[in-house]
Design a binder for this molecule. Structure first.
Ligand code: NAP
Ligand code: NAG
Ligand code: NAG
Length: 330
């Protein structure tokens, strides 16, 4: 077919032109992300002999992170709430890299009893932990109280990881130098402080604000934890993976899910979303840096004002210690 007949043929319907436009736009977005992303391929870090724990490892960002850590020789504990979904992810990662050393752990981060059981088991299996990725989270769930009297979203996204990190503190310190990474979100700037939210009380929250607020608390407490761990060799930082097309929207109505799907052409895929998390897990230049918030292009960025106030963070720390009965432990 000559060029002329191709140009004058029927294929140039508006639909076809639109399709090409979408394709070009997507290509542009992909190329732009490629420039923003950290160069994972050229990072030489080897994790042989190291132990890493990733929560919510069965899907999305957590699965990509677990796979990369395992590929680099780490023993990776996939901490999942569903045995079945966890096992499926484990089999998949194992199939991709046959030497991967993986262990499945069961934990429901919304239940403090479950977090304690998991920590007990984990400390028996792994006396030293070099990397903890607090990745699991939920989004889009209306206010719900757990049987332990905690609000479900806050319990999963904030109180559970708080308790887990504290219970694993000894194992992290024993590792000599360890990193804790909290998955935040740039949306935390839409949250505000109210400790009473943790127990389902406090000022009413609008649509999805429980998610934003829980991420704000997480970002704030990261600073406080870092202050408390100064000099122990353990660093804690939080990071925004960017807007990523994953299962995070599974609890939303079909309308939001379809919108997100349409949007998925222009946002990050899980591999791109995992990139800043892997940067914090692997990159040598992050050694010793603690208490910071990293943007999705791996740059230290000031978090929301509310998350920078050490007094607020200390008060939040005190409240959460009490809520999790950690004050009765030692
Ligand atoms: N996607 C984004 O645009 C975006 C943006 C900013 C921040 N983030 C953050 O990135 C992190 C990873 O999210 P994702 O996008 O990869 O979403 P995802 O695919 O939904 O992954 C979330 C994981 O957390 C697990 N989880 C949820 N509740 C749990 C609980 N109570 N106990 C244990 N595990 C639980 C889920 O397990 P199940 O499979 O059993 O549900 C799932 O494996 C989250 O912290 C999220 O807030 C994501
Ligand atoms: C937190 O608790 C400590 C020790 O119990 C106390 O000294 C400190 O003043 C409290 N901080 C805030 C902000 O409540
Ligand atoms: C993340 O770091 C904080 C401090 O970073 C630590 O207390 C916490 O347990 C980890 N998870 C959360 C929820 O903050």
């Amino acid at each position: 077919m000559s060029l002329w007949s191709l140009l004058s043929s029927q294929v140039w319907s508006p639909g076809f032109v639109l399709l090409i436009l979408v394709f070009l736009l997507r290509l542009n977005v992909r190329l732009r992300y490629r420039c923003q992303l950290w160069d994972l391929q050229h990072c030489p870090t080897d994790l042989t002999g190291k132990t890493a724990v990733v929560t919510g490892a069965n899907s999305g960002i957590g699965k990509v992170v677990s796979q990369e850590l395992a590929r680099r020789g780490a023993r990776v504990i996939l901490a999942c709430r569903s045995h079945e979904r966890g096992q499926r992810a484990l089999d998949e990662i194992q199939a991709a890299s046959r030497d991967a050393c993986l262990l499945l752990g069961e934990v429901d981060l919304s239940s403090m009893a479950s977090v304690r059981n998991f920590a007990r088991w984990l400390l028996q299996e792994c006396p030293e932990i070099h990397l903890l990725v607090n990745n699991a989270a939920v989004c889009g769930i209306p206010k719900t109280l757990s049987s332990e009297g905690l609000e479900f979203t806050f319990a999963t996204n904030y109180v559970g990881p708080f308790l887990l990190t504290n219970l694993l503190r000894g194992a992290l310190q024993r590792a000599g130098s360890a990193r804790v990474i909290n998955l935040s979100s740039s949306w935390h700037i839409h949250g505000y402080f109210d400790e009473e939210h943790l127990t389902g009380a406090g000022r009413p929250l609008t649509f999805n604000q429980n998610y934003y607020c829980s991420k704000l608390l997480l970002t704030s407490i990261t600073g406080e934890f870092a202050r408390r761990l100064q000099g122990t060799g353990v660093t804690v930082n939080s990071v925004d993976p960017g807007v990523v097309y994953t299962g995070i929207i599974k609890e939303f109505s079909w309308f939001y899910r379809v919108t997100f799907w349409l949007w998925s052409f222009f946002i990050r895929d899980p591999t791109e979303g995992a990139n800043p998390v892997l940067y914090l897990s692997l990159e040598k230049e992050v050694d010793g840096i603690s208490g910071k918030y990293f943007s999705n292009s791996c740059v230290i960025t000031p978090p929301a004002k509310a998350a920078q106030d050490p007094y607020v963070a200390q008060s939040l720390w005190n409240a959460t210690i009490k809520l999790t009965n950690l004050d009765l432990m030692d």
